[in-house]
Design a protein around this ligand. Structure first.
Ligand code: HEM
Length: 316
C-alpha cells in the first residue's frame, strides 16, 4: 500500500512539540514511542470510579447508613470545590473583578446545591435505622469536618469566628490566641467543667496546626480582606456585595438551618432530646440565631444583624 501523504498540520504540530521538548532537553522521539505503546484513556480510570465506589464502608448492617455516608462524602466534595474556588481567588496576586466575581458565583452555586439537597438527610433515611446505626459512630461528628472550618478561615477575618463574648478582648490579638476562642471550640466544651469533648480533642490533635498555619497564611488575603483592598469602589461593587451577602446567608444561615432540621428530625424527643454524637448541646449550639456567625458583618445593617438567623431574616 502506498504511503499516505502526511497532513501538513501534523508536521506543524511535530515542530512545535520538538521545540517544547528541546527546550527541556528531552528526546521527543522517545516520548512518541511512549504514546505509541500507551493505552487509550477510559472514563472509569480517569475519574477513579472503582476507588470512589469502594469508599463506602458502613459500620452496621442498616441499609440507610450508606445514604448517610455517601451524602457526607458528596458534601465534602462540594466543600472541596468551594475551597478550590477560594484558593484560586486567594492565591491570585490581584484577581481582577470579573475573575473574583465568577469564582465567588461558583461558591454561591455550590452552597445553593448543598442547601437544597439537604432533604436527602432529613427525609431520606428511616429514623429507626438512623437512631440505631448512629450509636456505632460515636464520638465521630460532622463537627470534625476540617474543610468546613477551612472555608470559614478563607472567607473572613478570624475575629469574626471568635465567640461573640470574646471579640472585644481579642480584637487585636495574634492568630494563636484567637484560635483558642473560636466559636466552635467553646461549642464543644462542657460549661460546668470546662472540659473539651472527646470529639473536639481528637479534632484538635489532627488539625490544630493546619488551622494555625492557614489562619496566618490568609490573615491579609481572605475574601473579606481582598474585597476591602480592591473592590469597594469599582464598577461591579454592587454585584460583588450582593454575591458576598448571598454567600454569607447560605453558609451561615440557610445551610445551618437545613442541617439543623435534620438534627431536629432525628434527635428531637419529648421530654428530653437525644444526645448528639459529638456531645454538644446541639439545641443551643447549632441554631444560627444563637451562633450568629457572620463572615461580612460590615455588609449588613444593624437591623439585619439583629434578625440574623431568625424567621424575619430568612423570609426577608
Ligand atoms: C441526619 C443527619 C445529621 C445529623 C442528625 C447531624 C447532627 C449534628 C449535630 C448534633 C451537630 C453538633 C455537633 C455534635 O455534637 O455532634 C452537628 C455538627 C455538624 N455537622 Fe451534622 N448532622 C447531620 C448531617 C450532616 C452532614 C450531611 C454534614 C456534612 C458534612 C454535617 C456537617 C456538620 C458540621 C460541619 C457540623 C459543625 C457545625 C458547627 O460547628 O456549626 N452534618 N451535626
Amino acid at each position: 500500500m502506498p504511503d499516505q501523504p502526511v497532513d501538513p498540520t501534523l508536521i506543524e504540530q511535530l515542530k512545535k512539540l520538538q521545540a517544547k521538548y528541546d527546550a527541556m532537553g528531552q528526546d521527543l522521539s522517545s516520548y512518541l514511542d511512549g504514546l505509541l505503546y500507551s493505552d487509550y484513556l477510559t472514563y472509569w480510570d480517569y475519574i477513579h470510579l472503582d476507588t470512589l465506589l469502594s469508599l463506602q464502608n458502613p459500620k452496621t448492617q442498616f441499609p440507610d447508613e450508606e445514604v448517610f455516608i455517601m451524602y457526607h462524602q458528596i458534601t465534602e466534595l462540594y466543600f472541596r470545590l468551594v475551597l478550590h474556588e477560594l484558593e484560586q481567588i486567594i492565591n491570585h496576586q490581584h484577581p481582577d473583578e470579573s475573575f473574583f466575581l465568577a469564582r465567588l458565583g461558583r461558591v454561591v452555586r455550590y452552597f445553593r446545591h448543598l442547601e437544597s439537597s439537604f432533604d436527602v438527610m432529613v427525609d431520606g433515611m428511616e429514623r429507626e435505622q438512623f437512631l440505631k446505626f448512629r450509636m456505632a459512630l460515636l464520638p465521630a461528628s460532622g463537627f470534625q469536618s476540617a474543610q468546613y472550618r477551612m472555608i470559614e478561615l478563607y472567607s473572613t477575618d478570624m475575629i469574626n469566628l471568635v465567640s461573640a463574648d470574646q471579640r472585644e478582648v481579642l480584637r487585636n490579638a495574634a492568630v494563636p490566641a484567637m484560635l483558642e476562642k473560636l466559636y466552635w471550640r467553646s461549642g464543644a466544651t462542657e460549661l460546668a467543667t470546662g472540659k473539651k469533648t472527646l470529639t473536639l480533642q481528637q479534632f484538635e490533635i489532627k488539625y490544630k496546626d493546619d488551622f494555625r498555619e492557614t489562619g496566618e497564611r490568609v490573615k491579609e488575603k481572605n475574601l473579606w480582606q481582598l474585597y476591602q483592598r480592591y473592590y469597594t469602589s469599582s464598577p461591579d461593587t454592587a454585584k460583588i456585595i450582593a454575591a458576598l451577602r448571598e454567600f454569607d446567608t447560605l453558609a451561615n444561615v440557610l445551610w445551618p438551618l437545613a442541617h439543623l432540621k435534620s438534627a431536629g428530625h432525628y434527635l428531637h424527643k419529648d421530654p428530653e432530646d437525644i444526645k448528639a454524637t459529638g456531645g454538644t448541646n446541639w439545641q443551643k449550639y447549632l441554631p444560627p440565631r444563637f451562633q450568629r456567625t457572620i463572615f461580612f458583618p460590615d455588609l449588613w445593617s444593624d437591623a439585619e444583624k439583629q434578625e440574623w438567623g431568625k424567621a424575619a431574616f430568612v423570609n426577608r
